[in-house]
Design a protein around this ligand. Structure first.
Ligand SMILES: NC(=O)c1ccc[n+]([C@@H]2O[C@H](COP(=O)([O-])OP(=O)(O)OC[C@H]3O[C@@H](n4cnc5c(N)ncnc54)[C@H](O)[C@@H]3O)[C@@H](O)[C@H]2O)c1
Length: 521
């Protein structure tokens, strides 16, 4: 039977109240090192083992140096630094970990090697020792399947760098004893990290919920809607992401991020929502991996990103009057904005022959609206108003294939009059922000539909693990589930792609006017 002990996080001293007394960490690379540090700080005795002996000593030295920096900055006391140091040791072999009550593996991401190492562990540890895997893409159930006691195996997924990324996914395999996860959850809290519970499914929560951002941005540039730097600017300035998707891919490096895109897609048996892009496959093959090699979507000179310059707003000789489609989203706000910008607004039933014509669709493309509303397409542009204008730092306009250059320039100049940044893109059902946000909210909704985690854990995990400005479900609620639904239905119409089909979770909550966080009884 597994007994739940409590752990005193702040003292760094072992005592019998701890949830685990002695912890073995196998694999002393980037992750193992961080995990060992945090477990030692939680007051457990930690021994590190790695098949490359030099890796253990390097990890130990690295952790001691980290504590020394913390101590000199006043982030821990000298007593704590000393106590944590006493908690840390190196194991010469797996057999030296026989007395541990928890083993965490953070070795190479291969099913055969992880199974082999745990089989070795099982031969030396006691019957109630918990085995945790830090795998990010393998099935916990599959890792446990060949062991004598699969009920003591759980996924324990940390994020890099472990001390700074304060989220841990705790994942039961199909046979895992619930007390195993309860104890790992408590240890996570004792480290000062935030635990979330996830079902054993490809990508768990974070690497699953994160599929929408990069893949939709890649689809947008693959359609020549705009260039990657403009898409990054739009998603930073209009949607509030800290990093644009292409900046993020450059930072993560394509040899890490492209295989994850392929892995989740294939593990879900080619689910179109997660479909990767030939763009990253080709760039990976060509070695344009990102910042670490000096060349990715952006170029880097001595590590400094070279951002392509943004064109100034044009200065047209004449400014035409403006007519707004009666079907425009946020129509009263758009009129107020035009008024504030000093536009000559036409209020007739139809535009005059000189007017610039504005549509503001959700998910639909500008071309379709111009055709359906029988508008002169040469004078029609779209504006993305899914997010209220006052909440953004950039406005996004879209032309259609027939738009005249003078109308495009007039619209650009008009919306830049108050100094706000403006991007003009080619026609795209859902512009940039609508497409990306609707995809993110839809995938998050489907994670809840599949009961992979609770809606609360979903938003928590995405905010902490991916650093998005808002949890996807809270974001969907704020923008309006029916607006997200309309965007997705129209995207499906424009592209005919099942990628955009709305999750039943979103459809039902949208239809009933419920919050996306609402969990049925
Ligand atoms: N790096 C990340 O961002 C990240 C995030 C979450 C999870 N993970 C997962 O954590 C695990 C480790 O990743 P990492 O980035 O720390 O890798 P890493 O390459 O930095 O370190 C792996 C270490 O494991 C050792 N090792 C390999 N085979 C071994 C064996 N049979 N026995 C003992 N030691 C062995 C290696 O010598 C190496 O020191 C992987 O499963 C990975 O998927 C990584």
């Amino acid at each position: 039977m597994i007994v739940a002990f409590r752990c005193d996080a702040t003292q760094g001293q072992s005592d019998m109240s701890q949830v685990f007394q002695r912890v073995g960490v196998i694999g002393a690379g980037a992750m193992g090192r961080g995990i060992a540090q945090m477990v030692a700080q939680a007051g457990c005795q930690v021994s590190i083992y790695d098949s490359a002996p030099a890796a253990c000593e390097a990890a130990r030295q690295g952790i001691l140096a980290q504590w020394s920096r913390m101590s000199s900055k006043g982030k821990c006391s000298a007593d704590q630094e000393q106590a944590w140091g006493q908690n840390l040791s190196i194991a010469a072999s797996i057999n030296d970990m026989a007395g541990c009550d928890l083993i965490i593996e953070a070795i190479v991401e291969r099913l055969d090697v992880k199974r082999e190492v745990f089989a070795q562990v099982e031969q030396c540890v006691s019957a109630d020792c918990v085995l945790a895997t830090n795998t990010s893409s393998l099935s916990v159930t599959a890792i446990a399947a060949t062991l004598k006691h699969p009920e003591r195996v759980a996924g324990y997924h940390f994020f890099n760098p472990v001390p700074l990324m304060r989220l841990v996914e705790v994942i039961p395999g199909l046979k895992t004893n619930s007390q195993v996860c309860e104890r790992l959850t408590q240890l996570t809290k004792d480290m000062g990290h935030t635990p979330v519970s996830a079902q054993d499914t490809p990508g768990f929560i974070v690497n699953h919920a994160g599929r929408g951002y990069g893949t939709e941005a890649l689809r947008i540039i693959s359609e020549s809607v705009s260039d990657f730097a403009t898409v990054d600017r739009i998603l930073r300035d209009q949607a509030g992401f800290r990093l644009g998707p292409f900046e993020l891919m450059d930072l993560t490096a394509l040899d890490v991020s492209h295989p994850v895109m392929e892995s989740v897609y294939h593990q879900y048996f080619e689910e179109p929502r997660y479909r990767p892009s030939v763009i990253t496959a080709q760039r990976l093959a060509g070695g344009l991996l990102g910042k670490k090699v000096g060349e990715g979507f952006y170029n880097y000179a001595d590590g400094v990103v070279q951002t392509p310059p943004e064109a100034d707003a044009p200065t047209p000789a004449m400014m035409p009057p403006v007519w707004v489609s009666p079907k425009a989203a946020r129509r009263p706000e758009l009129y107020q904005l035009l008024k504030d910008l000093g536009a000559d607004i036409e209020t007739g039933q139809a535009p005059s022959e000189r007017a610039l014509i504005l549509v503001a669709p959700l998910g639909m493309d500008v071309t379709t609206l111009a055709a359906v509303e029988r508008l002169d397409p040469t004078r029609v542009l779209g504006i993305d108003l899914l997010i209220p204008d006052a909440a953004t730092r950039r406005r996004v306009l879209a032309t259609n294939p027939a738009t005249r250059a003078d109308m495009r320039d007039a619209a650009h100049a008009l919306f830049a009059r108050d100094g706000k940044a403006v991007s003009v893109i080619k026609d795209s059902g859902g512009f940039v922000t609508q497409r990306v946000l609707a995809t993110i909210v839809n995938i998050a909704s489907d994670i809840c539909q599949q009961s992979i985690c609770t809606p609360q854990d979903l938003d928590l995990a995405v905010s902490l693990g991916l650093g998005y400005p808002k949890g996807p479900l809270a974001w969907g609620d704020e923008l309006g589930p029916t607006n997200i639904l309309e965007t997705l239905f129209n995207l499906q119409t424009v592209y005919g792609d099942p990628r955009y089909r709305p999750s039943p979770w979103l459809r039902r909550r949208g239809a009933l006017g419920l919050s996306l966080k609402h969990q049925e009884i």
